[in-house]
Design a protein around this ligand. Structure first.
Ligand code: ZN
Length: 268
């Protein structure tokens, strides 16, 4: 009896050693990496009233010292391209870009695909019923997940007219914006009935283009749930089975900022 249990322990130990390979820790980034950020350049889509991205060359070429050297200056509005909306963007006293806890910017991801509805209706707003349908198929939205909404509009980037309804600039252009977003009732349901870390989508704003009061921004941000906007490549993600790492530029006191986001999709 004693010998048998000793043997069992030995077998269990060797199985453990096998599963851990050579003793190296498991690769936390194992899987397919998907870049969720668009590049910043002169095409980058910004809100009609925002300053666009500017890159100013400072140096490029061989120096008198015989080595190559390149450097640039850049300037950008916080809210353009693939970017973070920090809660303080629409909620006084809530987290600024630098104060959002890192654990809120990383975690298991879930994807809700509403691209068919949005293809038929550029003013579509993701509803509570859309989430109910997702949950009937995939189970309850896990606590602590990062929720991504795929409207399909990311594929229209950077054609402003197709992506946001207008390529005009200035205050008058804002009324001509048409793109999908999250319905305020759905935002209220998410913060009231579920516990998500953050919400992201592939349009310029978490509220749809025709929004006047930005209610979904206000509902989410009041509860310190940040948003990721203008995400790329959401068509490459499954409904679940991936992780998101979304790290914004750490602007002290910032209401948002440029965001490099990636997904790690499990291959099993
Ligand atoms: Zn924003």
């Amino acid at each position: 009896m004693k010998r048998k249990s000793g043997l069992f322990v030995l077998m269990a130990a060797s199985a453990l050693a096998l599963s851990c390979g050579s003793g190296a820790p498991a690769d936390p980034f194992a899987g397919t990496l998907v870049d969720l950020s668009h590049a910043y350049d002169e095409q980058t889509v910004f809100w009609p009233t925002a300053e666009g991205f500017k890159l100013e060359k400072v140096a490029e070429g061989m120096t008198p010292g015989g080595y190559y050297y390149a450097a640039n200056n850049f300037s950008t509005a916080e809210h353009g391209g693939t970017h973070l909306d920090a809660p303080v963007h629409f909620a006084e006293g809530r987290n600024t870009a630098d104060r959002i806890p890192l654990e809120q910017l990383m975690g298991a991801g879930v994807l809700l695909d509403v691209s068919e509805k949005c293809a038929r209706d550029a003013d579509y707003q993701v509803s509570v019923e859309d989430f109910a349908a997702w949950e009937r198929e995939h189970g309850r939205l896990p606590d602590g997940s990062i929720l991504l909404l795929r409207t399909g509009f990311g594929r229209r980037w950077p054609d402003r007219r197709a992506y946001m309804g207008t390529d005009e600039r200035g205050a008058e252009a804002v009324a001509k914006l048409h793109f999908p977003g999250l319905h305020p009732d759905a935002a209220r349901w998410l913060v009231g009935e579920r516990r998500i870390k953050a919400v992201g989508l592939d349009t310029p704003s978490i509220d749809y283009g025709q929004s006047k009061l930005f209610e979904s921004h206000r509902v989410l941000f009041e509860r310190d749930v940040p948003a990721f906007e203008n995400l790329a490549n959401l068509e490459r993600l499954p409904a679940r089975g991936f992780h998101v790492v979304a790290l914004p530029m750490k602007i002290r006191g910032g209401s948002g900022g440029p965001l490099r986001a990636v997904a790690i999709v499990r291959n099993d």
